[in-house]
Design a protein around this ligand. Structure first.
Ligand SMILES: Cc1cc2nc3c(=O)[nH]c(=O)nc-3n(C[C@H](O)[C@H](O)[C@H](O)COP(=O)(O)OP(=O)(O)OC[C@H]3O[C@@H](n4cnc5c(N)ncnc54)[C@H](O)[C@@H]3O)c2cc1C
Length: 289
């Protein structure tokens, strides 16, 4: 066992300074529900842990009907699932957060950690992709904003440099009749990793889709934006036919692997099933607004 320094800075500036000094030896921790398991398994061996939980910017939930949502990256999923405003405006994101682990895990784990861990099967990421979330990433050198679908570059890898922190997600305010939905398939009722996860966010006006985005999880090396599938819906009536056509396009960009939880063929089939379900459900929710 090697020595580990643990810091729990109270400001973003302090955290960034610690990361700048420690370089690649440091690793940030939000809930620790991935990182601590990886450290126990010897997969990651940081010499310095920088805990993000005490930093106010990373604990923010701020919504306005003009500017939309600013969600701190270290907000735990339990706060998300209990938040009435989030349930009203971003039910798909809440559904993703509510599926992670158990109550105990949700009281620690964060949406930022779910993304930055780099798993293609992370449950909140397809919902964030569907919502067009932008990631605000900060280092001592400055700030950059990256669309959420560009953050994960390979399993366990992201665009984040060792001195960078994902501070918050920015999500536009839902316009008019808009809503979202996330569903995943797992072979048992809970505490499992998605075999396939699909998120959809749509706007419906006069019975037609006027905007649509679809995010896919666990069907490629990284979470995916199914752009052609979402775009195909725009201008079309909300119907079983238009939704089925979008589902076929979503299936076409999936490049799943076969593993112990499902074959590639099975996963492709599930992309079609789940895409049809989440788009239809998001449209129903949007119409009801
Ligand atoms: C029993 C159990 C069940 C689980 N079930 C699920 C599930 O159903 N679905 C699912 O998707 N996941 C599941 N997970 C995995 C895990 O809980 C989630 O991925 C969780 O969202 C990770 O968040 P965290 O805050 O704990 O991340 P941490 O473990 O703190 O961090 C994860 C990684 O991200 C980095 N990181 C964290 N925050 C930031 C930031 N703000 N900026 C830069 N880098 C950052 C860390 O350095 C680390 O590499 C489960 C885990 C357990 C133990």
């Amino acid at each position: 066992m090697h020595a580990i320094t643990y810091d729990s800075p109270k400001s973003l500036a302090q955290a960034l300074s610690l990361l700048t000094t420690a370089g690649e030896k440091a690793r940030v921790l939000a809930g620790g529900t991935d990182l601590i398991i990886q450290m126990r398994a010897g997969v990651r061996k940081p010499e310095q842990i920088v805990d993000l939980k005490e930093i106010p910017e990373l604990q923010m939930i701020a919504f306005s009907s003009q500017d939309g949502l600013r969600l701190g990256a270290a907000v735990c999923c339990a706060r998300i699932t209990e938040d009435a405003v989030l349930k009203q405006h971003y039910p798909g994101l809440v559904e993703g957060a509510a599926l992670i682990g158990s109550d105990q895990i949700q009281s620690r784990c964060s949406v930022g950690g779910n993304l930055c861990n780099g798993s293609p099967a992370a449950d909140t990421t397809p919902a964030l992709i569907a919502l067009g979330a932008q990631c605000v990433i900060v280092s001592a050198k400055g700030t950059r904003t990256v669309p959420v679908e560009q953050v994960v570059t390979a399993p366990g890898r992201t665009v984040l440099q060792p001195d960078e922190i994902l501070v918050e997600f920015r999500i536009a305010a839902p316009k008019g009749h808009s809503s979202d939905c996330y569903q995943r398939f797992i072979p048992r009722n809970e505490m499992d990793i998605a075999v396939v996860g699909v998120g959809a966010a749509v706007t419906v006006e006069g019975g037609k889709f006027t905007a649509a985005r679809i995010g896919l999880g666990a069907v490629a090396a990284t979470p995916l934006l199914a752009k052609a599938a979402g775009d195909s819906l725009v201008g079309k009536s909300v119907s079983a036919e238009s939704i089925a056509a979008a589902a076929v396009l979503a299936q076409q960009i999936a490049t799943p692997i076969t593993d112990m939880r499902g074959t590639a063929e099975y996963r492709k089939h599930l992309v079609g099933v789940l895409t049809r379900r989440v788009v239809a459900e998001a449209a129903e929710r949007a119409k009801a607004k």
